[in-house]
Design a protein around this ligand. Sequence first.
Ligand SMILES: [Zn+2]
Length: 170
Amino acid sequence: MVAIFPGLCHPSGMDLEALFEAINDEELEPNSDLAVLREILLSVSLRKNFDTRTMKRFGELTGKAHQHRRLKPSSAEIEFELVGISGQLRKISEFALQVEDILVTVDLSRVKKCEGDECEALFIDESKNKSRKWCDMAHCGMLRKSKVFYDNHRRVNPVPSTKNKSGVIE
Ligand SMILES: [Zn+2]
């Protein structure tokens, strides 16, 4: 029998796509629970201390989530599930536990904010040498690259100077 470890593609074994999609939403409501989770990861990415209020609210969110967390019965692997909550509360509790797991299990220098101009997206850099800079190479990465190319190109081949009427280069 072949053992399947579905989580192994991610270092922490978590599927974080939904979490990051939610906290990177540009229309994230300020002061919402999701905004608190974003603030935690943003502080990590900026190597900044958490502010007291964020810490307090994060503690409440994870505390509530832990009250509903149970070890999944008859599971071959160690797995947890949330019982007794549903809907939005369940979603935010799952996210809060994931953020907590990130803080505990992920190399925090891999938690990054996109370097794209005007992009606020957070992501986890899973590249071998931690070299990832952009949330999305196809978007922010290409925008930046084309800008660098344009700048370099101009430096190598400066725009020809305009000549005045007598033909002297100004
Ligand atoms: Zn970006």
